[in-house]
Design a protein around this ligand. Structure first.
Ligand code: HEC
Length: 277
């Protein structure tokens, strides 16, 4: 027997009123949180991670920035970017505006491919579409290419489209968000435990940077690495610190995470590549 109409309406109301994720609302609350935590810090400064909030570290960093160690990576990236594949085409043919000053629009949700497309993934797709092998995702050529592309985008403000216009985009965003807030590993920390709740706090010899701005400065030349590395390499680094499971760089989990994290950095200026300790 069918339920009386009244009951069906109640049921319908219940289904439509279960709280849906609301990225625009998340973004407002996220920014508000950091504004409250660092009331005197100008918004754009969040692009500088720990150097925005720790004076001593900032002074040392300003010296380093006079002869930035990532400069070679930008030059190497430019050479790679402009060289031709064996079929005569090049990276330029795969991107809008020849790939210049576009990094602030990545990652995005691709409706046809039904996945989050990061710039790293797009570079390898471009290679494969042109009969070349993919590059590995943590360091080396991909980090050089990304350094060059980020450099051409410096000063552009991150402009990730809100995922709420597409159900599957929203679901990818939600997975990224859940990843960030889920406690994991032997220490039972989440990413947010450190970078949202404890940004600014000292952990051993390091100050923990606020999550806001985490997506702006990639790739990063880390003194510890002695070279430039990608954002996903850093995801892996922090996951190891948490003694948590490691996922593949550019696998779905980390791409969704990058989607969430970059959306949370919307409107901040791109300043990659950058230097970190
Ligand atoms: C135990 C605390 C802790 C946890 C948990 C943690 N991190 Fe970190 N993370 C750090 C420290 C310390 C650094 C280096 C200093 C800094 O920039 O914050 C860092 C750096 C980073 C950076 C680079 C920031 C920059 O400006 O260069 C990113 C991105 C990052 N973490 C992402 C994550 C993600 C994603 C997770 C969850 C998988 C995570 N972290 C979990 C402590 C933590």
């Amino acid at each position: 027997m069918r339920k009386p109409l009244k009951h069906r309406i109640v049921l319908l109301l219940f289904v439509t009123s279960t709280p849906l994720a609301n990225p625009a609302q998340d973004l407002l609350e996220f920014r508000e949180h950091f504004k409250n935590s660092f009331p005197t810090l100008p918004f754009d400064q969040f692009s500088n991670g720990v150097y925005a909030i720790n004076e001593d570290a900032r002074l040392a960093w300003e010296d380093i920035e006079e002869f930035p160690p990532y400069e070679e990576a930008i030059d190497a990236g430019k050479v790679l970017y402009e060289s031709s594949f064996s079929n005569g085409k090049s990276y330029k043919d795969c991107f809008e505006n020849d790939g210049i000053a576009i990094a602030h629009k990545y990652p995005y949700w691709d409706k046809e491919k039904e996945q989050v497309i990061t710039l790293g993934l797009a570079l390898n797709q471009c290679r494969r579409d042109n009969g070349e092998e993919g590059l590995s995702y943590k360091r080396g050529e991909i980090a050089y290419l990304l350094s060059y592309m980020a450099h051409t985008s410096r000063g552009k403000r991150i402009a990730i489209k809100s995922p709420d216009d597409h159900r599957k985009a929203l679901s990818a965003y939600n997975k990224g968000k859940q990843f960030y807030y889920q406690r994991r590993g032997q220490l039972n920390f989440s990413c947010a435990t450190c970078h949202v709740q404890n940004g600014g706090l000292q952990i051993r010899s390091e100050t923990i940077s606020p999550s806001l701005g985490h997506a702006t400065g990639w790739p990063v030349y880390r003194a510890k690495w002695g070279e430039v590395g990608t954002l996903h390499r850093r995801f892996i680094g922090c996951s190891k610190q948490m003694r948590a499971k490691i996922y593949d760089p550019q696998g779905e989990e980390y791409r969704n995470l990058e989607y969430y994290l970059t959306y949370m950095s919307n409107s901040l200026p791109i300043n990659g590549p950058s230097y970190r300790k």
